[in-house]
Design a protein around this ligand. Structure first.
Ligand code: AGP
Length: 608
């Protein structure tokens, strides 16, 4: 939810911190700050606003230190104000934090009795005071951090500077993401690798519960018993180019245009003799899924919509009961899941708190767990029994686009594999769908993204509205869910997704002159039915958009028509979502919203 960064080494810490915060801004951007040890003193600069404001403030000072920490915030405790911006200092401890300390109020009361006073509403300032208090008692910073974090409930990734320990950054994590980057006589701490790719691709990941002592000469990691541990060194395959905009006006448009390549990447190595083959991802993944009683897909937001695609296609092809659950519901409903079930957790970041909690609960209940994850070595990727990486490269825009496309592609490929393994489809059918995914889908998306002038015209109409409805039947209902989320989260138009057959059961009362109603019909068996639903809205004044494969749609199907350059149902439905992504993008641009960093949102929701 927030982005943290720390640096110690030969460079100007301010520059490294600002560069890292700009890369991390997609994780939260309602306030920002940094602390740099400059000429022996810890100088803190904070702003209630984006990193650009912090850059202006920091550049007006002569910050020449080579060690510092920084933070870009998505508010959880306390409004996005200057006072609540990180870093927070209490006594000798200056701290930045990503996570939530759930019992901070109780700790704060106890510390106030010890004489501590607080100037912010944050749990982070309380954490700094607790560590400072323990430092007075223990003397040793590692012991102080260990005993302080023992008292904390909740999640944290901390980076801190402690007076009296020059050139050292201390870090600690529990559940919230944190990596430690290593370079020549320099070291970095960051929420994720994109913040430091400009300087190094070498990193290690402290485990949940670890505490680290980071200097330019070396890194020491200790477990929760303060015993030294060696964490595996990794090299990121991502480079700065893939983390930059590449000439596009927004990350979102760049990432939509990366979808054809991302599809090829996610499929490569997972086809053998023309049919899906996941043996490279782990032992018997498909056999396990095909032999389970029930398959659950569990996720949040866009990832959940990819899970809906998985549910639909698995049930249709493999004739297996498949539940799709919101992770935030699954984790608290005492789900009926056991050792004969499989739970597929889908997550781009691999750090979404609700999805991680759902995974842990599924494991507790003995289910077979599989992660469909984009970020390598993320928590969900590491904790699931098996993981299938979606290899989409960094997705920076808050609105998820290529991540959805590759998640839906993997879910389709997996459904084909399960159906083939269970003998529900023959090899020819498996080969056909696999080939459509491999060739027809990337081509279709390349055409849609490469020639989106027509979609821009539709966006111009939609951008004038404050409400919109997406409808569909079968898999198109799930495409509508994702289309609606995309539009509302970046254009701020209130949008709802509806089963096309449901409009007349109430919602039609909301349809009036010019209200956009957008329908897709990728399942040709439901094409006429969906058209009928759209015409009911048209008869009441709606501005209608109809999306369907080019070979069945006609100009008369709606006020506007988007002809999808592909044929088969599943491929067309995935490409329909790309059309919706482009529609949302152009609508948001015309409404001048902050497309890559829409208000109130963050890329990775690592708190509840
Ligand atoms: C989608 O555009 C949003 N960014 C959001 O719904 C996102 O999909 C959701 O928070 C899940 O994130 P994850 O895939 O990283 O778990």
């Amino acid at each position: 939810m927030c982005g943290i960064i720390g640096y110690t080494g030969k460079r100007n810490a301010k520059d490294v911190i600002l560069s890292g915060l700009f890369s991390l801004e997609y994780r939260g951007y309602d306030s920002a700050g940094m602390a740099v040890v400059s000429e022996g003193k810890t100088v803190t600069v904070k702003t209630a606003g984006k990193v650009k404001m912090l850059e202006n403030a920091a550049n007006s000072l002569n910050l020449c230190g080579s060690i510092g920490i920084g933070h870009t915030r998505w508010a959880t405790h306390g409004a996005p104000t200057f006072e609540n911006a990180h870093p927070h200092t209490q006594g000798r401890v200056t701290l930045v934090h990503n996570g939530i300390i759930e019992n901070y109020a109780k700790i704060k009361t106890a510390l106030e009795k010890e004489g501590y006073r607080f100037s912010s509403e944050t749990d982070t300032e309380v954490a700094a005071a607790l560590i400072d208090s323990r430092l007075s008692a223990e003397g040793d910073p590692l012991k102080a951090i260990g005993s302080a974090t023992e008292k904390m409930r909740g999640s944290f990734a901390f980076a801190m500077i402690i007076e009296g320990f020059p050139n050292v950054i201390f870090a600690a994590r529990r559940d919230s993401p944190l990596i430690i980057g290593t370079g020549e006589e320099e070291a970095f701490i960051a929420s994720d690798i994109t913040a430091i790719l400009k300087y190094t691709r070498n990193y290690l990941i402290p485990e949940s519960g670890d505490i680290a002592r980071v200097t330019s000469d070396g890194i020491s990691v200790f477990d929760s018993d303060l015993l030294p541990v060696a964490r595996e060194k990794k090299v990121s395959v991502w480079d700065t180019e893939s983390a930059e905009k590449g000439g596009y006006p927004h990350f979102m448009l760049k990432e939509i245009n990366e979808e054809p390549t991302a599809i090829k990447n996610v499929i490569s190595g997972r086809i053998k003799n023309g049919v899906p083959d996941f043996s490279g991802d782990g032992e018997n993944i498909v056999a396990r899924l095909a032999s389970t009683d029930r398959i659950f897909t569990v996720a949040c937001g866009t990832a959940m919509h990819a899970g809906l695609f998985g549910k639909y296609i698995t049930e249709k092809l493999a004739r297996r009961p498949c539940e799709c659950e919101l992770a935030s519901e699954f984790r608290y409903k005492n789900p009926i899941v056991g050792k004969d079930d499989a739970v597929i957790v889908i997550s781009q970041s691999g750090e979404t708190a609700d999805s991680l909690a759902a995974l842990r609960l599924a494991k507790e209940k003995g289910a077979f767990t599989l992660g469909i994850v984009n970020v390598a070595a993320s928590s969900i990727a590491r904790e699931a029994d098996n993981v299938i990486y979606t290899r989409a490269g960094p997705e920076i825009a808050v609105a998820s686009t290529k991540a959805f496309t590759v998640q839906a592609t993997v879910m389709t490929l997996l459904s084909v594999a399960i159906a083939l393994e269970s003998g529900k489809i023959d090899a020819e059918t498996a080969k056909r769908i696999t080939s459509e995914l491999s060739y027809e889908l990337p081509e279709a998306i390349k055409i849609l993204a490469g020639d989106d002038g027509h979609i821009k015209k539709i966006a111009a109409e939609i951008s004038k509205s404050e409400n919109a409805f997406f409808i569909g039947r079968g898999i198109d209902r799930y495409a509508a869910e994702e289309g609606s989320l995309k539009l509302k989260e970046i254009s701020y138009i209130h949008s709802e997704a509806y089963a096309a057959g449901e409009l007349k059961h109430g919602t039609l009362s909301l349809i009036g002159e010019g209200v956009p109603v957008i329908a897709s019909a990728c399942d040709r068996a439901l094409y006429e039915k969906t058209k009928a639903g759209l015409s009911e809205a048209k008869a009441r004044g709606a501005m209608t958009v109809f999306v369907s494969p080019a070979d069945i749609c006609t100009e008369k199907d709606g006020d506007f028509v988007i002809a999808l350059p592909c044929i088969s149902e599943y491929i067309a439905a995935i490409s329909a979502v790309t059309a919706y992504q482009l529609l949302a993008y152009h609508t948001a641009v015309m409404r001048k919203t902050d497309v890559d960093m829409p208000k109130n949102l963050a890329k990775s929701v690592t708190v509840e």
